[in-house]
Design a protein around this ligand. Structure first.
Ligand code: FMN
Length: 351
């Protein structure tokens, strides 16, 4: 969970018998300096020897925002923040906070260096969200790791299986965070919005006979649901939201204070890609005030970077523009429990 989970969370998940994951999407491995590799070393060190899943984003490469897109963003944020913050909003510059793995692939030397680094870490799984790298990269990674990708439809799951992936994370519509959708562009009419259960069964039937690990993800917050999916033939499940209130989560403060009555919404307006988050007055206001098409605002990576920078500045002024990623089952989050305790609850009754 990029920006939310920590190496301590990954270590605790693994200690509890799961496959702890480190989100690497915020690291820019195309950079000429070694900062990202240094950060990666620190993450691995902090997580200890239990790191098993290294997670990357692999979206289509986005262009630097045009002047008009940047101006539109400033106009929109001026509409949804107090007038006193106008100088801050006007001063926002956009950099790409989520450089795609595809961008690393465009530089053969950098790709080679990254693959060598990953080989030396020796993870059990390397996983991709928002798409997958080229076949030659997948083949290289498969020499030392299992390679997984996220699918939100049978079509995407087939694409992953046909391109040699070892496992498919089946992300249902109820899941928290960004929708890993990559074949259809974000258009509500072309996304079937399959629930985790519906997607799992459809893909299980559609990929019947192929040796691909199936991992349902979305709305799984109890041992009975974990057991249900395993009994139905899933090889594992992926869980995010259940860990959001743990001390190992960067958003624990917010999720320990929710009442459970809140609703979630799917919106692409803040980051540039559809994501499920807790509905907040800020989201309501930006959805209501927005008059731009998504393509008239800075693309994913840049829009999200602008939002995060502004959020940081406004937080320092005691003002929250809340965009807290979480799934539909967030109301079942167990508060004041550690990641290890949640893991023990989720796996109780499993052999
Ligand atoms: C806060 C948050 C951040 C997430 N970040 C990532 C990410 O960086 N990479 C990824 O593959 N999935 C990410 N996801 C999606 C999860 O991997 C998973 O599909 C989802 O959490 C499962 O549904 P659940 O939230 O209902 O448990 C994120 C989810 C949340 C809640």
């Amino acid at each position: 969970m990029a920006g939310v989970s920590t190496p301590e969370m990954a270590a605790a998940v693994s200690k509890g018998g799961g496959l702890g994951a480190l989100p690497l999407a915020p690291l820019d491995f195309t950079s000429d300096d070694t900062t990202s590799f240094d950060k990666l070393n620190n993450l691995i060190q902090a997580a200890g020897t239990n790191v098993v899943n290294l997670n990357f984003f692999c979206h289509e490469i986005e262009q630097t925002p045009t002047r008009i897109q940047s101006d539109n963003w400033r106009k929109l944020y001026n509409d949804v923040t107090e007038a006193r913050f106008k100088p801050l909003v006007e001063s926002m510059e956009f950099t790409n906070g989520n450089v795609s793995f595809k961008e690393v692939e465009n530089d053969k030397e950098k790709l080679k260096t990254l693959i060598e680094k990953l080989r030396s870490i020796n993870p059990v799984i390397i996983s991709f969200h928002f798409g997958i790298p080229s076949n030659s990269t997948i083949d290289e990674l498969k020499k030392f790791s299992l390679v997984f990708g996220t699918a939100t439809s049978l079509q995407e799951a087939r694409h992953l299986a046909n391109n040699g992936l070892d496992g498919v994370i089946l992300q249902g519509i109820e899941a928290g965070g960004h929708r890993g959708q990559f074949i259809d562009k974000y258009q509500p009419h072309s996304d079937e919005d399959l629930s985790t259960q519906a997607l799992f069964h459809k893909v299980k039937q559609g990929l019947g006979g192929s040796h691909v690990y199936l991992v349902p993800a979305g709305g799984i917050t109890s041992a009975s649901l974990v057991k249900h999916y395993i009994d139905e033939g899933a090889d594992a499940v992926q869980v995010g939201t259940a860990f959001l209130a743990t001390p190992e989560s960067a958003t624990s403060k917010f999720f320990n204070k929710t009442s459970g009555d809140e609703t979630t919404v799917m919106t692409a307006l803040i980051s540039g890609k559809p994501a499920r988050a807790v509905r907040t007055p800020f989201i309501d206001s930006i959805v209501e005030k927005n008059q731009f098409a998504l393509s008239d605002l800075p693309p994913y990576g840049y829009a999200y970077d602008g939002y995060k920078k502004l959020k940081g500045e406004l937080s320092a002024e005691g003002h929250d523009i809340g965009f807290y990623l979480a799934g539909q089952n967030h109301y079942q989050i167990r508060k004041n429990k550690s990641t290890l305790e949640i893991m023990q609850e989720l796996t109780s009754g499993l052999e």
